[in-house]
Design a protein around this ligand. Structure first.
Ligand SMILES: Nc1nc2c(ncn2[C@@H]2O[C@H](COP(=O)(O)OP(=O)(O)O[C@H]3O[C@H](CO)[C@@H](O)[C@H](O)[C@@H]3O)[C@@H](O)[C@H]2O)c(=O)[nH]1
Ligand SMILES: [Mg+2]
Length: 197
């Protein structure tokens, strides 16, 4: 598979339309088509920091840990009131994905992560956002649940921690009841890894 057939765009120009916590821009640039023509494009781009996501799994008890919270994008699409997701969070400036993942696991789930396995990285919504996501899995046991989690009050977070049987969660995924991409990716990774026999 060749990854380098498409040349970089030329004449990139970025205008910031909004710059609150993260910025939203309008970009103009030219893309070279396969026939050699340069074609002008205009697109909007959400500049979000990279983020990390974790699926903790307990082989002995056959459980996984997830979270549930209000998510604006899901609500504005189809009025989803609360989305069941794997714990995720954005990297602070200069923070490594590993350190971020440990911090977020404690903040959101009260989980003290021991062994942490990096799986792969992937773009979340590459046409519209710069965000790249680092995927992790971690074995855990009940003794690692040292706090309540819940998220950062000052950031407006109110996160429910959900511990559930993996077979049940997979059944829900297969029935279409789990509707978050990063979470489905991790659940099917865990199924494929054969660790939850
Ligand atoms: N005040 C304010 N707060 C904001 C703003 N934008 C985001 N926040 C808050 O900042 C916090 C960031 O929390 P993190 O745990 O670091 O990130 P996340 O929201 O969990 O993001 C991850 O999961 C999302 C849901 O799938 C992903 O969309 C996202 O890309 C990332 O992977 C959240 O409470 C969010 O509501 C803003 O403009 N203003
Ligand atoms: Mg989060």
């Amino acid at each position: 598979m060749s990854h380098d057939k498409i040349p970089a765009p030329r004449g990139l120009d970025e205008k910031i339309l909004a710059d609150e916590k993260y910025s939203f821009s309008r970009l103009t640039y030219e893309i070279r088509r396969a026939d050699g023509r340069w074609e002008k494009h205009e697109r909007n781009l959400f500049r979000r920091p990279d983020a990390c996501v974790l699926l903790p799994y307990d082989c002995a008890r056959g459980k996984v840990l997830l979270t549930r919270q209000f998510r604006l994008g899901a609500f504005m699409n189809d009025e989803t009131p609360g989305l069941l997701e794997a714990c995720a969070g954005t990297l602070d400036p200069g923070e490594s994905p590993d350190a971020c993942m440990r911090r977020e696991a404690m903040e959101e789930m009260g989980l003290k992560v021991g062994e942490l396995r990096f799986l792969f990285e992937a773009f979340v919504s590459p046409a519209a956002s710069t965000e790249k996501l680092y995927f992790f899995a971690a074995p855990y046991g009940p003794e690692a649940r040292v706090g309540d989690g819940g998220g950062m009050e000052e950031e407006g977070e109110e996160i429910e921690v959900v511990e559930a049987a993996f077979v049940e969660v997979l059944r829900e995924a297969e029935a279409g009841a789990i509707r978050d991409g990063k979470t489905l990716t991790l659940l099917y990774w865990l199924k494929g890894a054969g660790l939850m026999a």
